[in-house]
Design a protein around this ligand. Structure first.
Ligand code: AFP
Length: 335
């Protein structure tokens, strides 16, 4: 059976009226940039892709060479196409306006150019996360100013979102609001091919993902949930649980999309707002997880309903198999 490529999939979505030509071009361009990043990631130390650039980013994190390179690849790929009003990145303090020499469009693109940077030098999967919003029209009907305020929209306003995970295979996971789908990079033809159509996350799971080294800092609901998982079949859950923690959100979330599970980066005594960024990590992941039948909250509120107040704000994230996320959220409500 002939496989469907990402291009064919997007043209079908355009013909069905789900997306317009500008959004189709935007997603194709992001996917093409992810292919270029994948190639560089796969060269690793052979191409001087390891190590740091010696500076810190707005997050106060040491910038890896591949962070900076991935950011440049996404900027150069996306700023000339005429479908964007501005771009925002984990690696840039302020939004990147479209240079005046290029036409502007109606969309805003946000991304974490290389998620999981601490895994680059040790050959563990990393990835790119992206989110697409519409530029709010000014009262006059003109396109918005490409300032931070234009980006501060809740995740339920996203028109597309997804991520690439650069692992044993490079997979591009995508939603345009009608389901979640995965495309694997065929390196012989250098095209993304639909391999995971209509992804569905099982409502139940026996696998949790959390960084247990933070246990002493967790709030009571999280501590209760994990302790019950660890108690196994003799405990209140009546079944044994397994644990995974890759420390690359893209890898952990793709596993949840593939076989279910619950991924947790809760707020704690050290990360009082949580560690993950709302606008370009939690929101896109929450959108694609919900489109796959899962759930995503910050412990009490649906991630996609959170009203942002800063471009780089952090948030607690509990996402994955619906029944497990609802259990953790219920424990928070009892708190
Ligand atoms: P880096 O990109 O700085 O490595 O952070 C990755 C991440 O944002 C997310 O992808 C992981 O789930 C999480 O942080 C890992 O955090 P810990 O290193 O505290 O486990």
């Amino acid at each position: 059976m002939r496989r469907v490529t990402l291009t064919q999939f997007l043209i079908q979505r355009q013909q069905a009226g789900k997306i317009n030509a500008d959004l189709r071009l935007l997603i194709e361009t992001v996917a093409r940039a992810c292919k270029a990043i994948s190639t560089r990631v796969n060269k690793g130390a052979l191409a001087d892709g390891h190590g740091t650039v010696g500076t810190q980013n707005v997050q106060g994190e040491v910038v890896q060479k591949l962070d900076a390179l991935s950011n440049e690849i996404l900027l150069e790929a996306n700023e000339w196409g005429g479908n964007l009003a501005a771009l925002a990145s984990e690696e840039m303090e302020n939004p990147h306006p479209i240079p005046t020499r290029f036409p502007k469009g109606e969309y805003l693109l946000l991304f974490d150019p290389l998620d999981g940077s601490s895994n680059i030098d040790v050959n563990i999967s990393v990835g790119t996360i992206f989110s697409v919003l519409r530029c709010p029209k000014a009262a006059s009907g003109e396109l918005c100013e490409a300032n931070e305020a234009a980006f501060l929209q809740p995740g339920n306003k996203q028109v597309a979102a997804g991520f690439a995970v650069y692992g044993p295979t490079t997979v591009f996971a995508l939603t345009v609001g009608d389901g979640a789908h995965g495309f694997t990079l065929d390196r012989e033809t250098y095209t993304f091919v639909l391999t995971h159509p209509e992804i569905r996350i099982p409502a139940d799971t026996a696998e949790f993902a959390i960084n247990v080294s933070n246990q002493r800092r967790w709030e009571a609901p999280v501590r209760r949930y994990i302790e019950e998982c660890l108690a196994g079949q003799d405990g209140p859950r009546g079944k044994d649980f397994n644990m995974r923690w890759v420390a690359s959100m893209v890898a952990d979330v793709f596993r949840v999309l593939s076989r279910g599970g619950i991924f947790m980066y809760p707020r704690d005594a050290k990360n009082t707002d949580g560690r993950l960024r709302l606008m370009y990590e939690a929101n896109p992941m929450a959108f694609i997880v919900e489109q796959a039948g899962g759930a995503a909250t910050d412990g009490s509120t649906r991630i996609l309903d959170l009203e942002p107040n800063a471009l780089h704000q952090r948030v607690a994230v509990i996402l994955g198999s619906k029944n497990e996320v609802e259990r953790v959220t219920a424990y928070h409500k009892k708190k």
